[in-house]
Design a protein. Structure first.
Length: 233
């Protein structure tokens, strides 16, 4: 069960282990492009086999990603199809290392999960909790047609160097409000995924109004210090 922990002094965090966190957005379904961003760390220091971190939106707060009757879910997953472990070195977790797709754009309807490789085979990373540092992980979701059932999903990048920069709350917010991640300040913490328009996902509900964050491993847990949704338009 999700709980609030204080494993890093002065930094309350929500801990997830093999579970899903959902929260309806105050803006509801009134958006065209949003960014879901978290400041988080992984509570471990050893390699993790078949991990899955998913961040996205679902339709309503009842039949969400974890339900076999999922109404509809769209977002990003790390790594793509759980095709590579999360390795641990240099105080952070990393995967892909250029040899495999590092993340994907996903949909889930009912019990069926569909994934599109959304990677340029670059290494992606998240800080380990033992360093007391957090990383920014974010994804953009864009409505391609107002009132339609097609969306564009764009996972963003965090390199090993970016993973251990340890942004505070102010730096986190200042970074993610840069829509392109091209400013010198934002580039310290996060980078935009190479495909400018994102990856098209279809067959979804017209209503996506609830944030969903999923971590599939009971051990190690993840710790989320902040969750923020930005509506660009």
């Amino acid at each position: 069960m999700a709980q609030i922990v204080l494993n890093v002094t002065g930094n309350n965090a929500m801990q997830l282990g093999a579970e899903e966190f959902v929260r309806p957005m105050s803006i509801g379904n009134n958006w065209q492009k949003i960014r879901i961003a978290v400041r988080m760390m992984i509570n471990g220091s050893a390699a993790i086999t078949t991990p899955r971190l998913l961040i996205g939106l679902c339709s309503g707060a009842v039949d969400t990603y974890s339900s076999a009757n999922c109404v509809g879910w769209a977002g990003s997953c790390w790594p793509y199809q759980a095709n590579t472990p999360f390795y641990h070195a240099n105080n952070y977790y990393y995967w892909s290392n250029g040899g495999a797709a590092s993340f994907g754009a996903c949909t889930k309807i009912g019990a069926v999960l569909t994934e599109i490789s959304a990677s340029d085979n670059s290494t992606h990373a998240i800080a380990g909790v033992l360093t007391g540092k957090a990383s920014i992980v974010s994804t953009d979701i864009i409505r391609t047609v107002a009132g339609g059932t097609s969306y564009s999903v764009k996972p963003n990048l965090c390199s090993g160097a970016q993973a251990v920069t340890n942004p505070d709350r102010y730096s986190f917010l200042r970074c993610i409000e840069d829509e392109t991640y091209l400013s010198a300040f934002a580039a310290t913490y996060q980078s935009a995924q190479g495909t400018a328009g994102g990856y098209s996902v279809t067959g979804l509900p017209q209503v996506l109004d609830t944030v969903s964050i999923v971590w599939t491993k009971s051990t190690p847990t993840i710790e989320i210090c902040d969750i923020t949704v930005l509506r660009f338009y």
